[in-house]
Design a protein around this ligand. Structure first.
Ligand code: C2E
Ligand code: SIN
Ligand code: SIN
Ligand code: FE
Ligand code: FE
Length: 371
C-alpha cells in the first residue's frame, strides 16, 4: 500500500520532471517522462501516454509501464472513448465496463482494475492524445476527482513540450524522406554508381568520427553526404555516361552539378537540408583553393565538404566508372599522400589512413558487384 503524496512531494515531483521534460527533444523520452510523472503524481501502478496516429487511424503508446508499445484502433477502449468525447473517465473495475479494451489485458497478461483516463489538447485546442493510468496503489484503490485534476495539470504542463517535440520529429522525418528520395533519384540517373551513395554515407561517417566530430554531427553528415551529386540530375546522360574523356566544354557542364545541387537545396534553413546544400556545393572545393565552384580554400570549406571530398574521390577511384577502370589500393593511397594539403585537408587525409581498413570493409560490404 502506498500513500497519496503531500503537497510538497507533489511540487517536487512536478518540478523535477518539468525540468527534464523541457530539456528533452526526443519524442520517446518525453513520453516516458510524462508517463513517469503521471504515475508518481497520482500513485498509480502504471501510466501511459497515448497519442493519435491519424494516418493509420490508430492510437498508440510507446510507454506502458512494464509493457511493450501497444496499438489499438482509433476510438476503441477507454482511451479511445475518452479521446473521442473529450471527457475524462474514472472507473473502479475495468472488467465490468464494456468500453474497456480487454484485448490489451489479454495480450499483456496484466489485470486492469481501476482506471483513469484524461484526454489532452494541443495549443489549438485539438485533442492529440490521452493520459491513462491503471490500478491505484493506495488503500482505497480507486482514482478520484483529485486525480483527474492532477493528471490534467500534468498534461497541461507537459503538453507544450510534447507538441513542440512532435513537430520537431515530424520536421526531421520529412527532411529524411526528402533527402533519401533525392538521393535515390540521383542514383537512378547514373549507370555506374550502384551503391555509391550508401558507401559515401558510411565513409563520411567513419571519417567524421575519427576526426572527433560529435555523434550528432557525424550522423547528420551520414544522412546528407549521399546527396552530394544530386545536381547531376540536371546533366544530360550523353555527358554523364560518356565513355572516355570529356571535352573542356562537357567538363564545364558537369562541374555545374555543384551549383545546381546547391540551388535545389538552399531554400531551407532546416538543419539537414541546410547541411545537404553545403555538401552539394562544396564537395569539389580543394584545400589549396583550386577546386570549384567557388575556389574556397582551407577552413573556408565547411568540414562536411572537406570530408565528403575524400569519401567521394576514394569511392570514385575504388570503383569502375564508364570513363575509367578501378584503381588498385596502392595507387589510391599514393594519390591521397600526394594530395594531402593540396586537394585535401591534411587532417582528413590523416583520418583517412587511420580508418582505411574500415573503409575497405565498407566498400566490400556495399560492393556494386553484388548489388
Ligand atoms: P565522380 O566519378 O564521382 O568523380 C569524383 C571525383 O573523383 C572527381 O571529381 C575526381 O576528383 C576524382 N576522380 C575520379 N576519377 C579520377 C581519375 O581517374 N583520376 C583522378 N586523379 N581523380 C579522379 P571531378 O574530376 O571534379 O569530376 C566530377 C564528376 O565529373 C565525376 O564524378 C564524373 O561524374 C564526371 N567526370 C569527370 N571526368 C570524367 C570523364 O573523363 N568522363 C566522364 N564520363 N565523366 C567524368
Ligand atoms: C483501454 O483503454 O481500455 C485500453 C488500454 C487498457 O485497457 O489498459
Ligand atoms: C550519382 O549520381 O549518384 C553519383 C555519380 C558519381 O559520382 O559517379
Ligand atoms: Fe560531384
Ligand atoms: Fe560522387
Amino acid at each position: 500500500m502506498k500513500q497519496e503524496l503531500s503537497s510538497e512531494q507533489l511540487l517536487s515531483v512536478i518540478f523535477d520532471y518539468m525540468a527534464k521534460i523541457t530539456g528533452e527533444n526526443q519524442l520517446e523520452r518525453v513520453l516516458v517522462l510524462m508517463a513517469n510523472m503521471g504515475r508518481e503524481m497520482i500513485v498509480a501502478d502504471r501510466c501511459a501516454v497515448w497519442l493519435i496516429d491519424e494516418v493509420n487511424e490508430e492510437l498508440f503508446t510507446t510507454v506502458a509501464h512494464g509493457t511493450k508499445p501497444i496499438r489499438i484502433p482509433y476510438g476503441s477502449g477507454l482511451v479511445g472513448h475518452s479521446i473521442r468525447t473529450g471527457e475524462p473517465i474514472v472507473i473502479e473495475d475495468a472488467a465490468a465496463d464494456p468500453r474497456h479494451h480487454a484485448e490489451t489485458d489479454r495480450i499483456t497478461g496484466y489485470v486492469t482494475k481501476s482506471v483513469i483516463t484524461i484526454p489532452f489538447r494541443n495549443s489549438d485546442g485539438r485533442i492529440i492524445g490521452a493520459y491513462q493510468a491503471v490500478n491505484k496503489l493506495t488503500e482505497a484503490a480507486i482514482f478520484t476527482s483529485k486525480d483527474i485534476e492532477l493528471l490534467s495539470l500534468a498534461a497541461s504542463y507537459a503538453g507544450k513540450s510534447l507538441e513542440s517535440v512532435m513537430l520537431h520529429q515530424e520536421i526531421i522525418d520529412t527532411q529524411r524522406e526528402i533527402i533519401s528520395t533525392m538521393g535515390e533519384i540521383g542514383e537512378i540517373r547514373s549507370k555506374e554508381t550502384g551503391n555509391h551513395v550508401r558507401r559515401v554515407a558510411e565513409f563520411s561517417y567513419a571519417l567524421a568520427r575519427s576526426l572527433g566530430l560529435s555523434e550528432h554531427d557525424a550522423d547528420v553528415l551520414r544522412t546528407v553526404s549521399p546527396m552530394h551529386d544530386i545536381g547531376k540530375v540536371a546533366i544530360p546522360d550523353s555527358i554523364l555516361n560518356k565513355p572516355g574523356k570529356l571535352t573542356d566544354a562537357e567538363y564545364d557542364i558537369i562541374k555545374s552539378h555543384t551549383k545546381i545541387g546547391h540551388q535545389l537545396l538552399r531554400g531551407s534553413r532546416r538543419e539537414l537540408l541546410h547541411a545537404a546544400a553545403i555538401v552539394a556545393e562544396q564537395h569539389h572545393e580543394k584545400w589549396n583553393g583550386e577546386g570549384y565552384p567557388n575556389g574556397l580554400a582551407g577552413e573556408e570549406i565547411h568540414i562536411f565538404g572537406r570530408i565528403t571530398a575524400v569519401a567521394d574521390v576514394f569511392d570514385a577511384l575504388s570503383a569502375e566508372r564508364v570513363y575509367k577502370a578501378a584503381w588498385p589500393i596502392e595507387k589510391i593511397e599514393q594519390l591521397f599522400r600526394d594530395e594531402r594539403g593540396k586537394h585535401f585537408d591534411p587532417d582528413v587525409v590523416d583520418a583517412f589512413f587511420r580508418v582505411l581498413p574500415e573503409l575497405i570493409e565498407i566498400r566490400d560490404r556495399f560492393s556494386d558487384k553484388e548489388a
